[in-house]
Design a protein around this ligand. Structure first.
Ligand code: 13P
Length: 265
């Protein structure tokens, strides 16, 4: 059984004060939703404050990036050791990191390994660009990104034992052309690519792990279109950008996910 999962990626938005205000606006309602794992990913500087605010609630915390070394002379970087005191999840390989900040496949792989080694759950993002999509290269690109990101990782690195913080991998399919454009993929398109990702993971590891793995869709998800994605059994949830900065929108996305997944279970 894969537990539905919805995460809000706030990207480089909100000051600490604004972040706290946003949490106050949505926390009570989010906390009440059952059957969905709910995660907020604010900017680094707000993690300490929000970690305290989420204490005792069912809402979890994630970071948006990290460096792969645990400590040392890496001015300006944040390490997995620092994050694991504050949050359970970390977004890695987001297309904005890949295209603006040079996070190539090899770096994403090092980061995924470092997250798992430090008991952080990676939310690994993959997705093709518009020209790749139009050239019919979606599967080729996704295959390359997933295979590279998981290179050298033994299935044993993924454990969900109850006596330690879970080391759980999540993959988010985020077509670059759908991010922040208002032009979401169709439910069918997203479901087909997500099924393809599952097949790739089955080839790398095995069918059991592939069936257990949660795979999300991300790219212009709103409370108006979430149903289209979530009603596909292959799609386990969403990674939400812009709409996660509006309390009502994000709560709506999480509530609909809970309702629809309960119905199609
Ligand atoms: P939008 O929901 O703003 O399109 O962003 C998606 C995303 O990049 C989430 O990581």
């Amino acid at each position: 059984m894969r537990i539905p999962f919805v995460a809000g990626n706030w990207k480089m938005n909100t000051t600490v004060t604004e972040a706290e205000r946003l949490v106050i606006e949505m926390l009570e309602k989010l906390d009440r939703v059952e059957g969905v794992e709910k995660v907020l990913c604010p900017p680094f500087v707000s993690l300490v404050a929000i970690n305290m605010m989420l204490h005792g609630s069912s809402v979890k915390l994630g970071a948006q990036n990290m460096y792969f070394e645990t400590k040392g002379a890496y001015t300006g970087e944040i390490s997995p050791l620092m994050l694991r005191e504050l949050c359970e999840f970390v977004i890695l390989g987001h297309s904005e990191r890949r295209w603006y900040f040079g996070d190539i496949d090899e770096i994403v792989n090092k980061k995924v390994k470092a997250a798992l080694a430090n008991k952080l759950n990676p939310i690994l993002c993959v997705g093709e660009r518009l020209e790749e999509n139009e050239a019919g290269k979606t599967e080729e690109v996704i295959n390359r990104q997933v295979t590279a990101a998981l290179n050298g990782i033994e299935p044993a690195a993924l454990s969900r034992s109850s006596d330690e913080v879970a080391k759980d991998l999540i993959i988010a399919y985020e077509p670059v052309w759908a991010i922040g454009t208002g032009k979401a993929a169709s439910g069918e398109q997203a479901a087909a690519t997500i099924q393809f990702i599952r097949d790739v993971v089955a080839k790398i590891w095995n069918e059991t792990i592939a069936q257990d793995l949660r795979i999300l869709y991300g790219g212009s998800v709103t409370s108006a279109n979430i149903a289209e994605f979530i009603s596909h059994p292959e799609i386990d949830g969403a990674l939400v950008g812009g709409a996660s900065l509006k309390a009502e929108e994000f709560v709506g996305i999480v509530e609909q996910t809970a309702e629809i997944k309960k119905r199609i279970k």
